[in-house]
Ligand binder design. Sequence first.
Ligand code: NAD
Length: 426
Amino acid sequence: MNIVCIGAGYVGLVSGTCLAELGHNVTCVDNDEEKIKLLNSGQVPFFEPGLSDLITKNQQSGSLKFASSLSDIIKNADIVFICVGTPPRENGQADLGFVFQVAEDIGKILDKHIVVVTKSTVPVGTNQKIKKIIKKNYQGNFDVASCPEFLREGSAINDFMNPDRIVIGTEAAGAKRLLLQLYEKIDCPKVLCNLETAEMIKYAANAFLATKISFINEIANVCENVGADVEQVAEGMGLDKRIGKAFLRAGIGYGGSCFPKDVRALHHIAGQNGYPFQLLRAVIEVNNQQRWLFYKKIKEALGCLENKTIAVWGLSFKPDTDDVRESISIDLIEKLVEDGAIVKAYDPQAMKNTQKIFGDKIQYCFSAEYAIENADCLLIVTEWDEFMNFDFSAVFKMKQKIILDGRNLFRKEELAIKGFKYIAIG
Ligand code: NAD
C-alpha cells in the first residue's frame, strides 16, 4: 500500500519506518525542512534504539522516502496518517493547531479517495472536526479513522511491531477493511470501534497507567512514615494477577511528552463535558508533588544547597531516549541552579537536548564517573541500565558519599557496605 505519514517525529518516523519494513511504500512528510534534509542525508533527528539501521535499510530498498511537502505525494496515497504534535495549552487542553492545519492542507490538495487516519493523541470529537475541515475544502469521497498510537520511546520499534492491540476507530466499512489489511502482518487483537471510542481508549489507557504510578508513589510516601518497604509492597501487590507488576515502580513521578499532557487533557475534556474527574486531579497533584518531596530530601541531606556540587545522573524523561520534554530532571536542575548549587550533569543520550535548555548554567560531563567526582551528592533521576550496573566500590573521589535515588535502583544495605548514605523513595 502507499502510505504517507505527516509529521516525522517520534510517532510518525517510527510508524512510517515500521510500515515500510512491513512491505508498504511510505513517505514521511514534515514541514521542518531541516529535519527532512537530515533524514535524506542518512541521519536521524533523535535517538531511538534500532531506528537508524531500520531507516537506512528501507531507504536503500526504496520503500521509505522523506519529503517536506505533501502536494505531489498525496496523489498516490491510499492512507495518510496524521502524526503531528498535540502539545498542551496552559489550561491542560490539547492544542490541535497542527492537526487542524494538516486537515486543511489535505482537503486543499485532495483529488481522489483516501483514508485519513489520526495517530496523534486527540480529544474525543477531534476526528469529526477533521472530517468537517477536509470536507470544507474537498467535496469528493474520503474516509476518516482514528488509530491512536501506543508505542513508547526507547522501545518504539518493538512496541509498533508487537503491540498489545491495535485500535481501529471508524464508521466507514472500506476504511476498516483497508486498515485491517494494512496491519494484517501484525498478530495482535484488533479493537474495532467508532471514532470517539478510539480517541477515548488512548486517553483512558494513559490516564490509567499514570494513576498506577501516582498510586504507588502515595503508597511509598505512607511507607516512609510507617516503616514499610515500598519495593516489597509493590512486589507483593504485583504478584496478584488482577493488579500486575507493570507501572508499580515508586519514584519521583512520570514525565515525558505524553503522560503529563494526556492526563491533563482528559481531565480537561471531562470538565468541559460536565464531569469533574476528581481521581485524575489527584493523580496530577500527586505527580507534581512527588519531585518536590524528593527535592526536600536533597535539602535535608545537604543543608544549604548554595555552592554544593551536585551530580545528576539522567536527564531524559525515561531511559533509552534523548527526549527531555517534561523531564523531571529538568525541573530539579532548574531549582538546583536557582538555589545556587553547582550541577554536574550526565546522561547517555540526552546531553545535547539538555544543553539547549541550560546553556552554560550547568556542567556537562562525558561520563557518569566524571559527574560524581568532587560531588557533595549524587542524584539518580533516570533509570538507565548504565547506572544500575555502575560499580560503586570504585568511587573514591566524592566529597560526601551521599546518593539520592529517585528511581529506587539499589538496596540501601548494598550501598551502606560501600560507605554510602543512600536515600531512596519509600
Ligand atoms: P513530535 O513533536 O516528535 O513530532 C511531530 C512532528 O510533526 C514534528 O517533526 C513537526 O515538525 C511535525 N509537524 C508539525 N506540523 C506539521 C505540518 N503541518 N506538516 C508536517 N509536519 C508537521 O511529536 P511525537 O512525540 O511524535 O507525537 C506526535 C503525536 O503522537 C502526539 O499527539 C503525541 O501525543 C502522540 N504520541 C506520542 C508518543 C510518544 O512516545 N512520543 C506515543 C504515542 C502517541
